[in-house]
Design a protein. Structure first.
Lengths: 446, 310
């Protein structure tokens, strides 16, 4: 058996070389020198919209030498919510995960604070709207970064021709393309009269009373227009108030002019109602109009997105925000923050908004007047007022201003639409209020 | 010499060991255990572990940071909606199982009486609702029941009937979800009952006919007693599956209108996943266990009793 002898000189040389290699290795920029990053984006409704986010991330990854894996997670069947719950339980998963509306607060204890990212973005893009602050902040801490992808206003989308014909309302005159709204007359009373006229004309307003988001959002905005909240910001139950009673009375009158099956509507029912030409108005982001553009161009040509009617306490519109959150157990937080900054640059946001056909809505005040909303059509200017460019209405979310963890329960359990439906079906006002009060007390669980 | 003796002793011991291992492996129970081991492991991983994990979750507070014992159950017992869900789950499961059993029994008799040549075709066709994934077939039902564009309502309109709020009215919505569950589940009863019918000895019917038994008496005194165990086990199995149903209700009504079609699984999902209250959701789903356990004990006890009698 032969054994090669290692000389002292050889040993010293080998040791020196190995040490040098070990010390310098982190500074050598290989193809993926900055590690790996996994992202779970929301899978966009709009065909081709995912490509814009992929391109932005890939360009960033190439520059930063990071290996990126992107998963597009659909919200159909609540797949995204299941993923959030599973990753939170497993304490393992994507470095960045898209979270809708209430989920940053629901997972607040497990999320990496994003103040360092948000401070720079706010300086650059302007203040985020109030709903985003309400949903994305807790005790001065940003829980996640607001995402433009998937964020939306669910305002009215009216049929220009039918509103003129049956209600005598010119929505283009109220909300002219390229100019500020002239909508002082666009109040809840006008809205009710228009609903009645359109229902009599056979083209009822397509507003649902089911338990899904679209239905709850509309009810939320109308309740807020009356100053009605079931729980206040301090967590006190405020169901038995005059404002809530007024909102319920109003809804009872409105329901009489809605489709008789509105109680069974889900989030697709209103879209179908508009696209099939059966209704004069729905409350939706421009996705219904985009489908009409493809499937029923004659309907799309008559669609106009605009502001909510004003109530006694103001003009409120539902804003639903998506966020990008990073888990506190994420393995590459620095890279995650870096790519979130890249995704929140004005040019990146514009690129994503264009790819979504104007559906996505950034929350920052300097980014509500992008060209895409001015140019999209037909008819040209149909989306001009969609992003609330003149701050004509207060953006809010149903169940606000209750503390978000309580509000989430009110929202998810559709307490508002259930109250309206119960009252409409003949239950006494006080009984409905007592039921809602009991529900809200149950939502206080911590 | 001593060495040789020691070696032969060791060899004998080893041979004995090998022999006992061989005997153990040859034992039927050992082989049965080894062959079922993969399944036992699978069940342990996918059923027993999640079950205990659900128990653990049910004892935590909403943010899952504190042990709260049985407080979640206490909380549920005070909720009006919870008792509505309990009531509805019972109505849903019991009504659906009764109708599935009755329909399955009737159809099994029809199929049994079809000549053997054409029977396979009918058996195959009648099994279709059961073999299609319910999530898919329920989507088709959703289109049939659609609030605004119901194909049923369209057809009924030719007869001046309707429109019927299939999913918009509490009673009709309950009817709709139960109907779809019966449609999906009846073929299972049919095939089990058909198998049971085929195993009833023909001589018993012949003897009954000689005794002058009519059609009803043959069913009551021959068919039903011979099928009792199958009926009991099928009913138990279906009761468990129907109680735990999720997809049909979730797709058709999502629990609405006004929570009037929620059953345990759909309400647990609403609370646990959509409402981010996983401990409470786990508690709701666990509430099925005692109800089903009581049903299982009664039904299986009856089966055992009959087994011992025979």
């Amino acid at each position: 058996m032969s054994r090669k002898k290692l000389s002292r000189r050889q040993f010293v040389a080998a040791t020196a070389l190995s040490s040098a290699a070990l010390i310098t290795a982190p500074y050598v920029r290989g193809a993926y020198a900055a590690g790996k990053l996994s992202i779970g984006f929301w899978d966009h409704w709009v065909p081709g919209a995912n490509k814009a986010s992929t391109d932005i991330v890939n360009a960033w990854a190439e520059k930063e030498k990071v290996e990126v894996q992107i998963d597009y997670i659909p919200s159909q069947g609540n797949k995204n919510l299941l993923t959030i719950a599973a990753e939170a339980q497993a304490k393992s998963g994507h470095d960045i995960l898209a979270m809708p509306t209430w989920w940053p607060h629901a997972q607040a204890e497990l999320l990496e604070p994003m103040n360092d990212v948000m401070d720079g973005l706010i300086k650059q893009n302007g203040e985020p709207n109030g709903t985003v602050k309400y949903l994305g902040q807790s005790k001065g801490k940003w829980l996640a970064v607001p995402a433009s992808i998937g964020s939306q206003i669910k305002g009215p989308c009216s049929r220009i021709d039918l509103m003129k014909q049956h209600a005598g309302i010119d929505v283009q005159a109220l909300y002219p393309a390229g100019g500020p709204p002239k909508a002082d007359s666009w109040t809840l009373d006008t809205f009710l009269k228009a609903a009645e006229a359109c229902q009599k004309g056979g083209v009822a307003f397509g507003i649902g009373l089911g338990e899904t988001s679209d239905n709850v959002d509309t009810a939320g905005a109308i309740f807020q227009s009356f100053g009605a909240a079931l729980v206040d910001e301090k967590g006190n139950v405020t169901v038995k108030t005059d404002a809530v009673r007024q909102a319920l009375e109003y809804y009872k009158k409105l329901i009489a002019f809605l489709p008789p099956d509105a109680g069974a509507w889900d989030d697709s029912s209103n879209n179908k109602w508009l696209v099939s030409g059966r209704g004069a108005l729905i409350m939706n982001p421009p996705s219904a109009w985009a489908v009409a553009k493809r499937d029923a161009p004659q309907v799309a040509e008559q669609c106009w997105s605009h502001g909510f009617p004003a109530g006694p306490k103001g003009r409120y519109a539902p804003y639903l925000s998506y966020f990008w959150g990073t888990w506190s157990f994420s393995k590459n937080k620095e890279a995650a923050k870096s790519v979130l900054k890249a995704l929140s640059q004005p040019d990146a946001i514009e690129k994503m908004c264009v790819a979504s056909g104007g559906y996505d809505l950034p929350c920052y005040e300097k980014l509500t007047t992008l060209k895409v909303w001015q140019e999209e059509g037909p008819p040209k200017g149909t989306l001009y007022h969609y992003p609330n460019p003149h701050n004509h209405q207060t953006l809010s979310i149903a169940a606000a201003p209750a503390p978000p963890k309580i509000a989430q329960q009110i929202y998810t359990q559709a307490t508002l639409t259930k109250m309206c439906l119960r009252y409409h079906q003949g239950e006494a006002m006080e009984k409905v209020l007592a039921w809602a009060e009991g529900e809200c007390e149950g939502f206080m669980r911590s | 010499m001593a060495d040789v003796a020691l070696q032969s002793n060791r060899a004998a011991q080893a041979a004995r060991k090998r022999g006992s291992l061989h005997r153990m492996l040859k034992r039927k129970s050992t082989m049965a255990f080894l062959m079922t081991l993969p399944l036992i492991l699978l069940i342990a991983t996918l059923v027993i572990y999640p079950a205990f994990y659900a128990l653990h979750l049910a004892t935590l507070n909403k943010s899952m940071q504190r042990f709260v014992g049985l407080s979640n159950f206490e909380f549920l017992f005070r909720r009006e909606t919870f008792w509505l869900v309990v009531k509805q789950s019972c109505i849903f499961a019991i009504t659906a199982v009764i109708f599935k059993a009755v329909l399955g029994f009737i159809i099994a008799h029809f199929v049994h009486n079809i000549p053997a040549k054409g029977q396979r075709k009918w058996r195959g066709m009648l099994l279709v609702p059961w073999v299609i994934p319910p999530a898919m077939s329920t989507l088709a039902w959703l289109w049939l029941f659609d609030p605004s564009y119901s194909a049923f309502n369209y057809t009924l309109s030719f007869f001046g009937i309707g429109p019927i709020p299939w999913t918009g009215d509490a009673m009709w919505a309950r009817f709709s979800v139960i109907l779809v569950n019966i449609w999906v589940g009846a073929p299972f009863f049919m095939i089990m009952y058909l198998a049971a019918l085929k195993s009833v000895p023909e001589q018993l019917y012949e003897a009954a006919a000689i005794d002058g038994a009519n059609w009803w008496q043959r069913i009551w005194y021959v068919t039903l007693p011979m099928m009792r165990n199958i009926i009991a086990i099928t009913t138990l199995f279906s009761l468990i599956v129907t109680f735990a149903n999720f997809d049909i209700v979730r797709i058709l009504t999502a629990g609405g209108p006004l929570d009037h079609t929620h059953i345990f699984a759909t309400w647990a999902f609403r609370i646990g996943i959509e409402g981010s209250d996983i401990p409470l959701g786990a508690s709701v789903s666990l509430f099925m266990v005692p109800i089903l356990a009581v049903a299982a004990i009664f039904i299986l006890r009856d089966v055992n009793k009959r087994g011992n009698e025979s």
